[in-house]
Design a protein around this ligand. Structure first.
Ligand code: GLP
Length: 242
Protein backbone atom coordinates (compact mmCIF):
# COMPACT_ATOMS: atom_id res chain seq x y z
CA UNK A 1 0.00 0.00 0.00
CA UNK A 2 1.13 3.52 -0.68
CA UNK A 3 0.34 5.63 2.39
CA UNK A 4 0.37 9.41 1.94
CA UNK A 5 -0.09 11.78 4.88
CA UNK A 6 -1.12 15.34 4.08
CA UNK A 7 -1.78 18.34 6.30
CA UNK A 8 -5.53 18.62 6.21
CA UNK A 9 -8.86 17.68 4.66
CA UNK A 10 -8.44 20.17 1.82
CA UNK A 11 -5.05 18.77 0.75
CA UNK A 12 -6.44 15.21 0.94
CA UNK A 13 -9.41 16.18 -1.24
CA UNK A 14 -7.18 17.93 -3.79
CA UNK A 15 -4.80 14.98 -4.05
CA UNK A 16 -7.63 12.48 -4.55
CA UNK A 17 -9.32 14.83 -7.03
CA UNK A 18 -6.08 15.08 -9.03
CA UNK A 19 -5.66 11.28 -9.13
CA UNK A 20 -9.23 10.86 -10.41
CA UNK A 21 -8.95 13.73 -12.90
CA UNK A 22 -5.67 12.40 -14.37
CA UNK A 23 -7.24 8.95 -14.74
CA UNK A 24 -10.30 10.41 -16.52
CA UNK A 25 -8.02 12.28 -18.93
CA UNK A 26 -5.80 9.26 -19.46
CA UNK A 27 -8.41 6.54 -20.00
CA UNK A 28 -11.33 6.92 -22.33
CA UNK A 29 -14.44 5.07 -21.08
CA UNK A 30 -13.12 5.04 -17.51
CA UNK A 31 -15.21 3.01 -15.07
CA UNK A 32 -15.10 4.76 -11.70
CA UNK A 33 -16.29 3.30 -8.41
CA UNK A 34 -17.46 6.07 -6.08
CA UNK A 35 -18.26 6.41 -2.40
CA UNK A 36 -20.62 8.42 -0.22
CA UNK A 37 -20.21 9.76 3.32
CA UNK A 38 -18.77 13.09 4.40
CA UNK A 39 -15.16 12.19 3.53
CA UNK A 40 -15.30 12.35 -0.32
CA UNK A 41 -17.40 15.56 -0.53
CA UNK A 42 -14.28 17.77 -0.86
CA UNK A 43 -12.95 15.53 -3.63
CA UNK A 44 -16.23 15.86 -5.53
CA UNK A 45 -16.12 19.66 -5.08
CA UNK A 46 -12.61 19.68 -6.52
CA UNK A 47 -13.75 17.65 -9.55
CA UNK A 48 -16.77 19.95 -10.06
CA UNK A 49 -14.48 23.00 -10.00
CA UNK A 50 -12.17 21.43 -12.60
CA UNK A 51 -15.18 20.67 -14.79
CA UNK A 52 -16.58 24.20 -14.44
CA UNK A 53 -13.17 25.61 -15.39
CA UNK A 54 -13.44 23.59 -18.63
CA UNK A 55 -10.62 21.24 -17.58
CA UNK A 56 -12.49 17.96 -17.06
CA UNK A 57 -14.91 16.09 -19.27
CA UNK A 58 -17.16 13.41 -17.75
CA UNK A 59 -19.05 12.60 -20.96
CA UNK A 60 -17.42 9.17 -21.41
CA UNK A 61 -17.18 8.25 -17.71
CA UNK A 62 -19.21 5.41 -16.17
CA UNK A 63 -19.80 5.31 -12.41
CA UNK A 64 -20.80 2.49 -10.08
CA UNK A 65 -21.46 3.49 -6.50
CA UNK A 66 -20.47 1.27 -3.61
CA UNK A 67 -23.75 1.03 -1.78
CA UNK A 68 -27.28 2.17 -1.03
CA UNK A 69 -29.51 1.93 2.01
CA UNK A 70 -32.34 -0.62 1.92
CA UNK A 71 -35.16 0.06 1.85
CA UNK A 72 -35.07 3.67 0.70
CA UNK A 73 -36.59 5.62 -2.19
CA UNK A 74 -34.17 7.42 -4.56
CA UNK A 75 -35.84 10.79 -3.88
CA UNK A 76 -35.27 10.49 -0.10
CA UNK A 77 -32.68 13.18 0.66
CA UNK A 78 -30.69 10.66 2.74
CA UNK A 79 -30.46 8.10 -0.06
CA UNK A 80 -27.05 7.69 -1.65
CA UNK A 81 -28.74 8.13 -5.02
CA UNK A 82 -29.80 11.64 -3.93
CA UNK A 83 -26.35 12.29 -2.38
CA UNK A 84 -24.50 11.51 -5.61
CA UNK A 85 -26.81 13.71 -7.70
CA UNK A 86 -26.44 16.61 -5.24
CA UNK A 87 -22.72 16.30 -4.62
CA UNK A 88 -21.46 15.41 -8.09
CA UNK A 89 -23.64 14.22 -10.95
CA UNK A 90 -25.91 17.31 -11.22
CA UNK A 91 -22.85 19.56 -11.54
CA UNK A 92 -20.81 17.82 -14.24
CA UNK A 93 -21.50 16.60 -17.78
CA UNK A 94 -21.85 12.92 -16.88
CA UNK A 95 -24.53 11.02 -18.80
CA UNK A 96 -27.00 9.91 -16.09
CA UNK A 97 -27.55 6.64 -17.92
CA UNK A 98 -23.90 5.85 -17.13
CA UNK A 99 -24.36 6.36 -13.38
CA UNK A 100 -25.27 3.27 -11.39
CA UNK A 101 -26.33 2.69 -7.84
CA UNK A 102 -28.22 -0.19 -6.27
CA UNK A 103 -32.01 0.14 -6.30
CA UNK A 104 -32.98 0.74 -2.67
CA UNK A 105 -36.61 -0.11 -3.35
CA UNK A 106 -36.10 -3.35 -5.29
CA UNK A 107 -38.80 -5.93 -4.47
CA UNK A 108 -36.20 -8.72 -4.57
CA UNK A 109 -32.93 -7.44 -3.03
CA UNK A 110 -30.97 -10.62 -3.83
CA UNK A 111 -31.92 -10.34 -7.52
CA UNK A 112 -31.00 -6.65 -7.47
CA UNK A 113 -27.56 -7.52 -6.05
CA UNK A 114 -26.98 -10.10 -8.81
CA UNK A 115 -28.08 -7.58 -11.46
CA UNK A 116 -25.66 -4.98 -10.05
CA UNK A 117 -22.71 -7.35 -9.93
CA UNK A 118 -23.42 -8.43 -13.53
CA UNK A 119 -23.64 -4.79 -14.67
CA UNK A 120 -20.16 -4.09 -13.22
CA UNK A 121 -18.84 -7.17 -14.97
CA UNK A 122 -20.49 -6.20 -18.28
CA UNK A 123 -18.90 -2.73 -18.05
CA UNK A 124 -15.47 -4.40 -17.94
CA UNK A 125 -14.94 -4.04 -14.18
CA UNK A 126 -13.93 -1.01 -12.13
CA UNK A 127 -10.75 0.84 -13.13
CA UNK A 128 -10.50 3.14 -10.12
CA UNK A 129 -12.41 2.72 -6.86
CA UNK A 130 -12.65 5.56 -4.33
CA UNK A 131 -13.27 4.48 -0.72
CA UNK A 132 -13.99 6.07 2.62
CA UNK A 133 -13.65 4.15 5.87
CA UNK A 134 -16.32 3.48 8.48
CA UNK A 135 -15.49 4.00 12.17
CA UNK A 136 -15.73 0.22 12.63
CA UNK A 137 -13.45 -0.46 9.63
CA UNK A 138 -16.23 -1.02 7.10
CA UNK A 139 -15.73 -0.31 3.41
CA UNK A 140 -18.91 0.25 1.44
CA UNK A 141 -21.32 -1.33 3.90
CA UNK A 142 -19.21 -4.46 4.45
CA UNK A 143 -19.51 -4.61 8.21
CA UNK A 144 -17.14 -6.52 10.55
CA UNK A 145 -17.96 -10.19 10.03
CA UNK A 146 -16.57 -13.71 10.26
CA UNK A 147 -15.74 -13.76 6.54
CA UNK A 148 -15.08 -11.39 3.62
CA UNK A 149 -18.27 -11.24 1.48
CA UNK A 150 -17.40 -11.75 -2.19
CA UNK A 151 -20.06 -10.04 -4.26
CA UNK A 152 -22.77 -7.37 -4.04
CA UNK A 153 -25.13 -8.42 -1.26
CA UNK A 154 -27.89 -7.44 1.15
CA UNK A 155 -26.58 -6.63 4.66
CA UNK A 156 -27.99 -5.77 8.06
CA UNK A 157 -26.20 -2.66 9.33
CA UNK A 158 -24.29 -2.74 12.61
CA UNK A 159 -25.85 -0.87 15.53
CA UNK A 160 -22.66 1.28 15.56
CA UNK A 161 -23.11 2.20 11.87
CA UNK A 162 -26.78 3.12 12.43
CA UNK A 163 -25.65 5.29 15.35
CA UNK A 164 -22.78 6.89 13.35
CA UNK A 165 -25.04 7.65 10.37
CA UNK A 166 -27.97 8.88 12.48
CA UNK A 167 -26.34 12.35 12.41
CA UNK A 168 -27.78 12.74 8.91
CA UNK A 169 -31.30 11.61 9.84
CA UNK A 170 -33.94 13.07 12.17
CA UNK A 171 -33.21 10.22 14.63
CA UNK A 172 -31.49 6.83 14.68
CA UNK A 173 -34.97 5.24 14.25
CA UNK A 174 -35.11 6.81 10.80
CA UNK A 175 -31.85 5.19 9.58
CA UNK A 176 -32.65 2.19 7.33
CA UNK A 177 -31.53 -1.01 9.04
CA UNK A 178 -30.23 -2.67 5.89
CA UNK A 179 -28.20 -1.85 2.80
CA UNK A 180 -27.15 -3.27 -0.57
CA UNK A 181 -23.38 -3.07 -0.97
CA UNK A 182 -20.61 -4.17 -3.29
CA UNK A 183 -18.84 -7.11 -1.67
CA UNK A 184 -15.22 -7.12 -0.55
CA UNK A 185 -14.50 -9.25 -3.66
CA UNK A 186 -16.20 -6.65 -5.91
CA UNK A 187 -14.07 -3.89 -4.37
CA UNK A 188 -10.92 -6.01 -4.47
CA UNK A 189 -11.39 -6.61 -8.22
CA UNK A 190 -10.97 -2.87 -8.92
CA UNK A 191 -7.70 -2.34 -10.76
CA UNK A 192 -6.74 0.65 -8.60
CA UNK A 193 -8.07 1.76 -5.20
CA UNK A 194 -7.81 5.14 -3.45
CA UNK A 195 -8.95 5.29 0.17
CA UNK A 196 -9.48 8.58 2.04
CA UNK A 197 -9.32 8.84 5.83
CA UNK A 198 -9.90 12.12 7.63
CA UNK A 199 -10.21 13.27 11.24
CA UNK A 200 -9.04 12.18 14.67
CA UNK A 201 -12.05 9.90 15.23
CA UNK A 202 -10.62 7.59 12.52
CA UNK A 203 -7.04 7.50 13.92
CA UNK A 204 -7.36 4.11 15.66
CA UNK A 205 -9.19 2.37 12.83
CA UNK A 206 -6.74 3.85 10.28
CA UNK A 207 -3.89 2.22 12.20
CA UNK A 208 -5.76 -1.12 12.30
CA UNK A 209 -6.43 -1.00 8.54
CA UNK A 210 -2.85 -0.11 7.61
CA UNK A 211 -0.75 -1.93 10.22
CA UNK A 212 -3.11 -4.42 11.89
CA UNK A 213 -3.92 -8.07 11.19
CA UNK A 214 -5.81 -8.83 8.01
CA UNK A 215 -9.17 -9.90 9.37
CA UNK A 216 -12.85 -9.67 8.36
CA UNK A 217 -13.37 -8.05 11.77
CA UNK A 218 -11.64 -5.01 10.20
CA UNK A 219 -12.94 -5.26 6.60
CA UNK A 220 -10.63 -2.51 5.25
CA UNK A 221 -7.55 -4.49 6.36
CA UNK A 222 -7.94 -6.73 3.27
CA UNK A 223 -6.58 -3.81 1.22
CA UNK A 224 -3.09 -4.70 2.51
CA UNK A 225 -3.18 -7.55 -0.04
CA UNK A 226 -4.32 -5.50 -3.06
CA UNK A 227 -1.60 -4.70 -5.62
CA UNK A 228 -2.52 -1.04 -6.22
CA UNK A 229 -3.88 0.83 -3.20
CA UNK A 230 -3.17 4.43 -2.21
CA UNK A 231 -4.38 5.61 1.19
CA UNK A 232 -4.46 9.37 1.71
CA UNK A 233 -4.84 10.51 5.32
CA UNK A 234 -4.89 13.93 6.89
CA UNK A 235 -2.63 14.59 9.92
CA UNK A 236 -5.41 13.96 12.44
CA UNK A 237 -6.33 10.56 11.02
CA UNK A 238 -2.63 9.63 10.70
CA UNK A 239 -1.87 10.24 14.39
CA UNK A 240 -1.09 6.56 15.08
CA UNK A 241 0.01 5.53 11.61
CA UNK A 242 3.64 6.61 11.47
C1 GLP B 1 -20.90 5.15 5.29
C2 GLP B 1 -20.68 4.56 3.87
C3 GLP B 1 -19.21 4.31 3.60
C4 GLP B 1 -18.41 5.48 4.12
C5 GLP B 1 -18.47 5.49 5.62
C6 GLP B 1 -17.74 6.66 6.28
O1 GLP B 1 -21.69 4.40 6.12
N1 GLP B 1 -21.41 3.37 3.59
O2 GLP B 1 -19.01 4.09 2.21
O3 GLP B 1 -17.05 5.35 3.74
O4 GLP B 1 -19.79 5.36 6.11
O5 GLP B 1 -18.49 7.83 6.27
P1 GLP B 1 -17.86 9.25 6.58
O6 GLP B 1 -16.98 9.59 5.41
O7 GLP B 1 -19.02 10.17 6.71
O8 GLP B 1 -17.08 9.09 7.84
Amino acid sequence: MTVIIVNDYESMSKMAGEIIARQIEHEEDLVLGLATGSTPIGTYKYLIDLHKAGKLDFSEVTVFNLDEYYPITPDNDQSYNYFMNENLFNHVNIDKKNTHIQNGEAADPAAECRRYEDAIHDAGGIDLQLLGLGLNGHIGFNEPDSHFPKTTHHVALDASTIEANSRFFASSNDVPKHALTMGIGTIFNARKIVMLISGEAKADIAKAVIHGNITPQVPGSILQLHPDVTIILDEEAAKHVR
